[in-house]
Design a protein around this ligand. Structure first.
Ligand code: SF4
Length: 939
């Protein structure tokens, strides 16, 4: 077996780069190597080459052959090497003792931490520990992290996807089977109309824009619907403003126009969807006057939007829909994302190149970390938490199911979703009788997560102050280390960056890229893999953790990739072996930059990165989901059968409906009942009987070559659900209906368009919907502005890394609030004035940016900053030498209470706040940098 000693020698002896990649590009004079690697910021997944000399990063170069970005990168990507090689990094494990940071050895830190964890386990059970993981981890590390929490014996594990695209996964998967982007960024070149809603890609996913501009050069229209006139909107042929949180009425109006004018794809609707009758009923509520009143969009703009989208769809299109967190971070976010699918199905833009629903993910590997399910409600690859799911993974991991059961407090908790990243703090702050587990949380790992990306930060800080033990694992201390006032039992462990570790990462388009490792870990840092393995050993299950059904791990990370290949059957990651993924990288120039398919060469016919589902090594991957017009062997698929072959009967359909659904469903329930859920004439259920009589997703042996040869989709050919009966039966919405945000600026609309009933137990804690909305109904009197948050091009997430990079901070040094000139004039606010932004939950002192970008009544704050908090300077709390260059107030110090019905997504795109000029026109503290005259840079 692989002992720790074996792993240690593996890490120290392994060549960083093998094969021709380094050799071909090496410069003989300087003995530099160019190591192809993948950007560690956004999920477009741009490639670049790291310049390495004598084991040191000395620069970076474009990787022109990488088909995703062909050498181009945004400002963040071009500053990548500063992420790794940076004097601000944590250089040793640290712990806080009596308010002072003290240096400790790795062994001391891990021994002390694991001893305390064992004590908490003994006294309060395994659910007293919270494992907050990261979208920055590779696929292999993400998988290991979920496995680590499972072996510890808890589902209290989660990561950033909860607060960025959990409503995407729920919405898309419940509509057509998979919860991911259907097409890929390069495919946008094929569109006739790029429709952005809730996405400011020009700042958040810049490399994608070259595909949009290419399509525009070919005559495509660009349409942007957004409450802000963003940089993306500056490229639009049509810009449509609308009130934040009103996507549903906006697009229901478009659908109403399409249906009433008979301008929709009848073939698609009849052959490949279920529940159109419910939609026909639902759209009746969204006439021009009503939608104008809800959205605030001028009527002529509403008409123009419908006209442009409809006339550039189907046979006159296709139109592609592109969205991101502007759509997802709402209490009804999953209904927004579902409606996008419905729009594309009905207008005839689904399942085709140049069409589809392009859900742009945030962090570089958030798609992969989601697939590996660092999530509190499911095991890797979306298997859920049922007994059969646990047994499947126990088989892959080669551990006894009864042993696994013994790790948990009890079997009930083993099957129960844990606390989420969005509301983990309630596990500390609520009384034990108010949470659905025996004891409060007593320890938390904040592993690669900047806590300033979570809303309700005042409550979060309180929890961090009160919890018994907090462990931050990160290359930089991040907000998590400086937010708390605690004097003891706070550890900071220095993790390696993405350029000091190796593994696969999955970009937003489901393409897996192998991230080669340019250099060994800097300073005294360790890779996430190493830390997890050492921790598992200290916690007493190291041997079990490092083996699988094929034997012990001897080669990392490749053995873990193979474990994923074997076990992740639901989304079929079987074909993306480490050898093939590396081979793609080495032959990048063979892949077409629009289709991403290899033309000739050793991987002829493969799609770049074997996008899942990829049934076996011979299968090319599926770059565009749900196509039934091409063979499965060429990347064809169909809508996935997830709901059985039949819809429920009339009686079942009418059970559990909320008031809005009753009006929509009861008139058509007969039409909805007893339909087949298999598609057109080709539909078939899963291939259960053909393969070992196992459910296909639990069958570890079959390679599905025979099925693919016979043009059968192993997971079945089904219909997309326009109507989701399972949600409607639970008191949710079967078809999207408008629901006012929890914090609505329109009290008059709340009665007609209320939010959901409260949920007594959602992820182990009560979540208030209607009661909170009612309580806050008149809040707009004191907090008259709609508050929304977002990103700027130079920073990423909580800015834990980017605010430490002086190249980026020079370009984007400080946080601000965007306010419309008309509103600013009313408040006597001028550009660069210090202002207070306040809400029921907190406040932030920031500078005003007076600009016509936001609609009147809307303010926008980018959410990357920390260092000041609630008007106070917290820079003294950082370990010495690690205060970021970029210091400012976090937007989430002021964002509101409000969470999503399905997934507990935070509602940070539609809150309420006030804005007032500060009487004290000085910053809350000293800046994080001063000008270094000698070196002509900030320092
Ligand atoms: S941040 Fe995104 S767009 Fe920018 S270089 Fe990295 S992957 Fe490309």
């Amino acid at each position: 077996m692989t002992s720790a000693a074996g792993l240690a020698s593996y890490y120290s002896s392994r060549e960083m780069v093998e094969g021709p990649i380094g050799e071909v590009n090496a410069s003989p004079e300087s003995e530099e190597k160019l190591v192809p690697t993948i950007c560690s910021f956004c999920a477009i997944g741009c490639g670049f080459k790291a310049r390495v000399k004598d084991g040191e990063l000395v620069g970076q170069e474009p990787w022109y052959d990488n088909p995703i970005n062909q050498g181009g990168q945004c400002s963040k990507g071009q500053a990548s090497i500063q992420e790794a090689k940076n004097e601000k990094r944590i250089k040793h494990p640290l712990k806080k003792v009596d308010g002072e940071w003290q240096r400790v050895t790795w062994d001391e830190a891990l021994t002390e931490i694991s001893n305390q964890l064992q004590d908490y386990r003994e006294e309060s059970g395994p659910d007293s520990v919270y494992w907050m993981g990261s979208a920055k981890m590779s696929n292999e590390e993400s998988y290991m992290f979920r496995k680590l929490a499972a072996f510890w014996g808890t589902n209290n594990v989660d990561h950033q996807a909860r607060i960025c695209h959990s409503t995407t996964v729920a919405g898309l998967a419940n509509t057509w089977g998979y919860g991911a982007q259907t097409n890929h960024s390069n495919d946008i070149q094929n569109t006739d109309c790029a429709f952005f809603i809730g996405s400011n890609a020009a700042e958040c996913h810049p490399a994608l824009m070259k595909n949009v501009l290419k399509a525009k050069e070919n005559g495509a229209k660009v349409v942007v619907a957004d409450p802000r006139r963003t940089k993306t909107a500056s490229k639009a042929d049509l810009y449509v403003p609308f009130r934040s949180g009103t996507d549903v009425p906006l697009l229901m109006y478009v659908l109403k126009r399409a249906i009433e004018s008979d301008s929709y794809d009848k073939k698609m609707v009849e052959e490949r969807t279920y529940g159109f009758a419910a939609l026909q009923e639902a759209v009746k509520d969204y006439d021009l006057e009503t939608v104008h009143n809800i959205t605030g969009t001028p009527k002529d703009k509403l008409k123009e939007l419908a006209e442009v989208l409809i006339s550039n769809s189907g046979s006159a299109g296709p139109m592609t829909l592109i969205y991101s967190m502007g759509s997802t971070q709402h209490s009804n976010g999953a209904q927004n994302t579902r409606l996008y699918c419905i729009l594309q199905l009905v207008l005839g833009n689904a399942a085709t190149p140049g069409g589809g629903v392009n859900a742009l993910r945030g962090h570089d590997n958030v798609q992969g970390a989601t697939d590996m399910c660092i999530l509190s409600h499911t095991l890797p690859a979306y298997y859920g938490l049922s007994e059969s799911a646990w047994k499947h993974w126990c088989r892959v991991w080669d551990v006894d199911y009864d042993w696994m059961k013994s790790r948990f407090e009890n079997q009930e908790l083993m099957g129960k979703p844990g606390f989420t990243v969005a509301r983990w703090f309630e596990g500390v702050l609520k009384d034990p009788e108010e949470i659905d587990q025996p004891n409060n949380l007593r320890a938390i790992f904040v592993w690669g997560h900047s806590l300033n990306s979570v809303s309700e930060m005042v409550r979060e800080k309180k929890a961090l102050d009160e919890i018994d033990l907090a462990v931050v694992v990160d290359p930089y201390p991040s907000a998590a280390a400086a937010l708390s006032d605690r004097d003891n039992n706070l550890y900071v462990l220095p993790a390696a960056t993405r350029f000091e570790s190796e593994g696969s990462v999955t970009n937003s388009g489901r393409q897996q890229q192998w991230r080669f490792k340019p250099v060994d870990p800097y300073y005294n840092s360790k890779t996430d893999k190493e830390i997890m393995i050492e921790l598992a050993k200290k916690l007493g299950f190291g041997d079990k953790f490092t083996k699988n059904i094929d034997g012990d791990w001897t080669e990392l990370p490749e053995d873990i990739t193979r474990e994923i290949n074997k076990g992740a059957r639901t989304i079929q990651m079987s074909g993306g072996t480490p050898e093939i993924l590396k081979g793609h990288m080495k032959n990048a120039g063979d892949f077409d930059t629009t289709t991403l398919r290899a033309e000739g060469g050793p991987y002829d016919g493969d799609y770049w990165g074997k996008p899942w589902p990829c049934w076996n090594e011979d299968h090319p991957g599926t770059p565009i989901l749900y196509r039934n017009d091409i063979p499965v062997s060429e990347g064809g698929h169909d809508v996935r059968v997830r709901w059985g072959p039949e819809s429920p009967d009339k009686q079942s359909i009418e059970e559990g409906l909320n008031d809005q659904m009753k009006d929509i469903v009861e008139p058509v329930s007969k039409e909805l009942a007893n339909q087949t859920m298999l598609s057109g004439q080709n539909g078939h259920d899963q291939l259960t009987e053909r393969y070992n009589n196992n459910h296909w997703a639990y069958d570890l042996e079959t390679d599905y070559k025979q099925a693919v040869e016979n043009n059968l989709v192993p997971s079945g050919r089904g219909r997309a659900r326009i109507y989701v009966w399972s949600w409607a039966n639970d008191g949710g919405d079967g078809v999207p209906v408008h629901r006012e945000p929890i914090n609505s600026p329109e009290p008059g609309l709340i009665e007609e368009w209320p939010t959901y009933e409260d949920l007594d137990n959602q992820y182990r804690v009560k979540t208030e919907f209607k009661s909170a909305q009612q309580e806050r109904k008149n809040d707009s009197e004191d907090y008259p502005f709609v508050l929304t948050t977002g990103r700027v091009v130079e920073h990423m997430g909580g800015g834990g890394a980017t605010r430490q990079e002086w190249w980026l901070v020079e370009r984007s040094p400080e946080v601000y609030v965007e306010i419309n000139p008309s509103d600013a004039n009313d408040l006597d606010i001028e550009n660069d004035d210090w202002v207070w932004v306040k809400s029921k939950e907190g406040k932030a002192k920031v500078k005003a940016k007076v600009t016509p970008r936001p609609m009147e009544g809307l303010v926008f704050i980018p959410y990357h900053w920390f260092g000041y908090f609630q008007g106070e300077d917290r820079t003294d709390e950082y370990p010495e030498g690690s205060v970021p260059y970029g210091i400012g107030e976090p937007a989430n110090g002021v964002t509101n209470y409000g969470y999503a019905w399905t997934t507990q997504m935070q509602e940070t795109k539609a809150g309420l706040c006030s804005v007032e000029k500060a009487s004290d026109q000085s910053a809350p503290g000293e800046k994080g940098f001063s000008w270094d005259e000698e070196n002509n840079r900030i320092g």
